[in-house]
Each structure stands twice: as C-alpha cells, then as structure tokens.
Design a protein around this ligand. Structure first.
Ligand code: ADP
Ligand code: MG
Length: 638
C-alpha cells in the first residue's frame, strides 16, 4: 500500500473516530438535557395540579369549583418546544393507611384526572417513594412508545400525590433525527476529509517521490543531476543532504574507480614483469610448498607450473641444505638477505650455478606467510667473467710486454753499443763499464719490480699490526731520508691497528709511497705519516709537501711506466695499487702542484675471530717475517 493511501486512511480513521465520539456525546447530552427539561416541566405541572386539588378539597369551596389547569398557553409553548405529549395527569389522595395496606388499590384514592396506564406494582412504590423524597421519575416502554412517568408527593396538602405520564417518543425521535443529520453531515465531511487528506498526502509525498527517484539514481550509480531544492522544510533539508551525499559518493566513487584502475594496471604490470622476466621467480609457503612459479622458473628448472605448484621440489642440492636452512632462519628472524651465489638442481638432476635473492612475504600483522625467491642463472655470467678476466689479463700482459720491451731495449741498446765498441777497439774503458753496469742495474730494477707481479701468488695472509710494519719501513728509509734533509713525523693510533695481510707486500707498498714522497721533495722537508683505527678500517695517510702531481697526470697514475722522473720506472704506484686491491683495500692519491701530495690507504681491520686465530702464532713468526721484509726492502730501494 502506498504511503499516500496509508496517510489518507489514517486521516479518515481519525476523522471517523472523532465524529463517532461527537455523535455519541451529542446524543447523550441532548437526551440528558431534554429529560431534565421534561422533568422540570412535569414538576411544575404536578405542583399546580396538586395546588388546585388542595384548594378543591377545602370545605369552603364548592365541589363544582373546577380544578384549574396550568396556564394553557404556557403549557402548550413548553410542551411544543419539547415535543412532549402529556398522556395522563392523575391526582391521588393518600392516607397513611392507604399507603401501608396493599388492599388499598390505587384507583380508590384517585381524586382527579386519568389513570389508564397503570404500571403495577411500581406505580405504588413510586408514589410511596415520592411521598418520602418528593419526586420519582421512571421511563417505561408502552405500545412501542417511550413514556416518562413522574410521581410527585405533597405530604403537606392532603397528603396528595400526582402522577404524570408523558410520551417522549417524539422528543426521542427528534434527537434521533438530529443524530441522523449529524451522521449524514459526518459522512459528507468524511468524504471531504478523504479528498483533502489525499490531496495533502499527495502534496507531502511529491518531494519525497523526487528524493526517492534521486536515491534510485544514486543506487544505480548515477550522481550527476542534483535535486532541485526549493523549500526550507524537512524535505528540503533531506533533499540537500541527499545532494551532499550523492556528491560525496560521486567523489569517493571516482576515487575508488581510479584506485581500482591503478590497482588493476599495477597488477597487470607486476604480472607481466613476473611472467616476462628472465629470472626464475617462485613463491613458497613457510613449509616449502610451492604456491606459484613463473615461466622463467619452468625454463630454468625444467618443472612445469602444474608439476611444481602444491609440491615441495628438490631444487636445493643436499650439500646446500644447511646453507638454505640458515638463510630461512635469518629471514624468519627478520633479517634481509643479500643475493646468495649458490647451486641449484634442475629436474634432470644437473646442477646450475645461480644467484638467489629470497625475501619474506608478510601479512598485515607482519607474520611471515611465504617466501619469494628470485633465481638468476649465473652460468653465463661466470663464463663471461672468466673471459673478461682472461682478456684483461692478456691486455695487461700485452701492455706490460710492450712497456717492458721498450724499457729494456734502451739499456740493452746501450750495452750492445759499448760491447761492440770494445770488440772493435779491444780496450776496456772504465767509464764505459760504469755506464754498462748502471744500465744493467736498471734492467735488474725493472725486472725485480715485475717479479712481484709475475711471482705465482703463494701468499700467506697473517694478522699484523700496521703500525709495526710501517715502523720497520720508516727505520729502513730513515738514513736515506736524513741524507735528503727529510724528517718523518709519525702519529700512530694508540690502539692496535691489525689487518690481515701479506707483510712483505704491504712493506713494498709503503716503501714505494714513501720513496715517491722523498723524491718529490729534493730540498727536504716534513713527511707526515698517520695510522688511525676506525671501527672497520685502518686508515694510513702519508702526506708530503713536495712538488705535487699535475692534474692531467693524476688519472694516469696506476698505468705502467707512467713516470715524470728521468730514472723512474712508473711501476711503483701500479704495483702498490694491485697489492692494496688484493688486500680488499683502497688507495687514493690527491695532490696539488707545488703544495704536496697525500696518499690515503684504507685497509679492512682484522675481525676478532681472525685475530684470535692468528695471535698465538704471531709472536713466533714475527722475527722471521721481519727478516724477510728487510730483504724485500733492500731489493726495492736499490
Ligand atoms: P716512479 O716513481 O718510478 O716514477 P711511480 O709509479 O712510483 O713511478 O710514480 C709515478 C709518477 O707519479 C711519478 O713519476 C711522479 O711523477 C708521480 N708521483 C707519485 N708520487 C708522487 C709524489 N708523492 N709527489 C709527486 N709526484 C708523485
Ligand atoms: Mg716511485
């Protein structure tokens, strides 16, 4: 049932209830009023009748003196106004005895009037009661008529009793007519009320209908047309709120659509990356059961996605199980793992060298749900690396060979020239011999520098304190420095500065750098030497105040045979850099022409466990190593 009809029905029901109540109350009030009026009238008639009767009974009056009725005009007027039809008036004369004895019939006492409609025994009872209390009224039905009987007692005069019967049917008929009129009027009013309330309901509902239509639109996802708000009442406010709501929904909907679109394209992106990357990607749960693999995984390992998903595959060879377990534990402990170079097994049982990066996938609460691994086939990379290394080696060898050939041919040409001269002259010239010897020394120097590079690297790394190694080198070079007016200023850290190193090679580095510094200061001066311990590094700084290195030469430092000195080999820095590299360290040279040069060497500090392992043997070996070191230094300083 629509709201409109419901509202109308509600209106009508209220109206009917109200009208019914009105009719009932009216009817009742009218009856009561008319009854009261009728009673009043009867009372006054009775009083006059009794009065007349009493006078009639007086001895001085003749019996012919008629009983005077009340003023007929007045009576008629009042009776007309009440629609009252007086049927009988009877005046009784009652003695005490008449009243008490049942044998005394009412008829016997009738003094005057008519008494046709007797109602026994109530009549006598009413009269007796009226004698006591003044008056008694009784309504009775008689021949289909409503009759009001009034009994009045006048104990003072006679005693007399008056009984009046009046037909009330007309009066009640009038009341009924009035009621019927009212009901008819009510029906008309009801009809009008229905029409009006229907109209009101329609008017009230119309804006609601618009709002409903709008809500329907919003429900089906259309937000563009706002409701026209042209009233300030509740419906107007409702329309306003709904407009605001639709606008908000529109904004949120647009945002949502955008986010959804972004999400979708992001997902597609990721999917396409996962599916098209050449790296094998697989996701497994915490129990190692595969959840997803990409095409590259299928290609690398040989298992198809259908075979792999939902199973645990033996891709980790037995020899690597421990390593894998440790990695998992580290991940579960919340660590991030760097890429691991390891070995994996394919479906056909062959092993491949791979680089694996594994990361944990966590849920919203940070609990690890799965592991994602990216596996890269390193077989080709390894091969490439090896090729590169070899070609680099060949390149270096070629470069060196050319340089060596050039460097050695010059002194050899000199030697050959002098020897030829001697062959021709057959004389041994002392000056020529000196030159020949110095040329041979030069050849020896170049060759001995090369030996460090060429020597098969049967190196033995030990944990040593850099301060001691550098101290040895300084005391070795001290006399030479003294000759050149050079002073070494040392500032060594008070803490041990231990590194894992090959002592003789490190000495070679310090000798090369310090010799360069000495050679850069022909007029003498200070060389500052510093050793500092940093948390993971030992930093060695050697600073001179010499001639410096020109800017265009700095990038070339480290290439073989790059020298600015007449007798230089241009090998010292190259060799030093190689040695520092083999110690996992770095060597930096900064310089300003005319101001000086600073060489900074960083070496990784020895880890505690390395130190512990070495410390026992260290003391015992120290003496022997020192001797070796001195031997090398003498060779290097020649
Ligand atoms: P060499 O000392 O035999 O020339 P190096 O490799 O030791 O070979 O040095 C290469 C060049 O770098 C030197 O010739 C010199 O020009 C420059 N050089 C190196 N160290 C210094 C320094 N401390 N001060 C000025 N120049 C330097
Ligand atoms: Mg040098």
């Amino acid at each position: 049932m629509s709201f409109k009809i419901r509202l109308t029905l509600m209106f009508s029901a209220v109206f009917i209830l109200f009208q019914t109540l009105t009719v009932i109350v009216n009817d009742y009030a009218m009856r009561v009023n008319l009854n009261r009026e009728a009673e009043k009238l009867l009372r006054s008639i009775a009083a006059r009748a009794a009065d007349a009767a009493a006078r009639h009974l007086q001895p001085e009056r003749g019996p012919d003196e008629a009983f005077t009725v009340p003023d007929p005009d007045e009576l008629i007027r009042s009776v007309q106004s009440l629609h009252l039809n007086i049927l009988e008036i009877a005046v009784f004369r009652l003695s005490e005895a008449d009243l008490s004895g049942p044998a005394a019939g009412l008829g016997a006492g009738l003094l005057y009037g008519r008494y046709d409609r007797s109602v026994e025994p109530t009549d006598r009872e009413d009269l007796e009661n009226a004698m006591r209390s003044g008056e008694v009224f009784r309504s009775v039905g008689h021949d289909g008529k409503s009759i009001l009987i009034g009994s009045f007692g006048f104990p003072g005069s006679g005693p007399l009793a008056v009984r009046i019967a009046a037909d009330m049917s007309d009066m009640y008929g009038m009341i009924r007519d009035a009621r019927n009129d009212q009901i008819a009027l009510s029906a008309v009013l009801l009809l009008a009320a229905i029409v009006v309330s229907y109209g009101i309901a329609r008017m009230t509902i119309r804006p609601l209908r618009h709002i409903l239509g709008k809500v329907d639109e919003v429900a089906s996802g259309r937000f563009d047309t706002p409701l026209a708000v042209n009233r300030r009442d509740e419906t107007g406010q409702l329309a306003e709120r709904i407009n605001a709501m639709a606008k908000n929904l529109d904004v949120y909907m647009t945002k949502l659509k955008k986010a959804f679109e972004e999400n979708r394209s992001m997902k597609e992106h990721l999917e396409s990356i996962i599916n098209h990357t050449t790296d094998a990607i697989h996701i497994e749960d915490v129990n190692g059961v595969l959840l997803r693999v990409n095409p590259a995984f299928e290609q690398l390992f040989g298992w198809s996605a259908e075979e792999a998903v939902g199973r645990r595959l033996p891709i980790v060879p037995e020899s690597r199980l421990n390593e894998e377990r440790e990695a998992r534990e580290a991940l579960l402990a919340g660590q991030m793992l760097p890429a691991r170079e390891t070995v994996r097994r394919r479906k056909d049982g062959t092993c491949i060298e791979v680089s694996v990066t594994t990361s944990a996938i966590r849920d919203r609460n940070g609990v690890i749900q799965a592991f994602a691994s990216i596996t890269r086939d390193m077989t080709n990379r390894k091969r490439m690396d090896e090729l590169l290394r070899r070609s680099e080696k060949l390149n270096t060898v070629g470069q060196l060979a050319a340089g060596v050939a050039h460097e050695i041919r010059n002194p050899l040409t000199t030697l050959r020239g002098f020897l030829q001269l001697q062959q021709q002259t057959n004389k041994l010239n002392q000056r020529h011999i000196d030159i020949m010897l110095s040329e041979l020394d030069r050849i020896n120097l170049i060759v001995s520098e090369f030996l460090i590079l060429a020597k098969p690297q049967a190196t033995k790394f030990r944990v040593q304190d850099v301060r001691f190694i550098l101290g040895d080198v300084i005391s070795l070079l001290d006399s030479q420095a003294h000759l050149c007016n050079i002073v070494f200023n040392t500032a060594f850290d008070s803490e041990p500065c231990r590194v894992s190193c090959e002592e003789n090679h490190l000495k070679q580095v310090f000798i090369n750098v310090l010799k360069n510094a000495i050679e850069a200061m022909p007029k003498g001066g200070d060389i500052d030497i510093e050793v500092r311990k940093r948390p993971d590094w030992i930093v060695i700084t050697i600073r001179d105040h010499g001639v410096g290195i020109s800017e265009d030469m700095i990038p070339k430092l480290g290439d073989p045979f790059v020298t600015s000195k007449e007798t230089g080999t241009g090998l010292g820095i190259m060799i030093s850099q190689r040695i520092i590299q083999s110690h996992q360290g770095t060597m930096e040279i900064s310089s300003k022409v005319g101001k000086g040069t600073t060489v900074t060497i960083n070496l990784p500090a020895a880890r505690p466990e390395e130190q512990a392992a070495e410390s026992a043997s260290e003391t015992a070996l120290a003496a022997g190593q020192r001797e070796d070191g001195q031997a090398t230094e003498t060779a290097g300083s020649q």
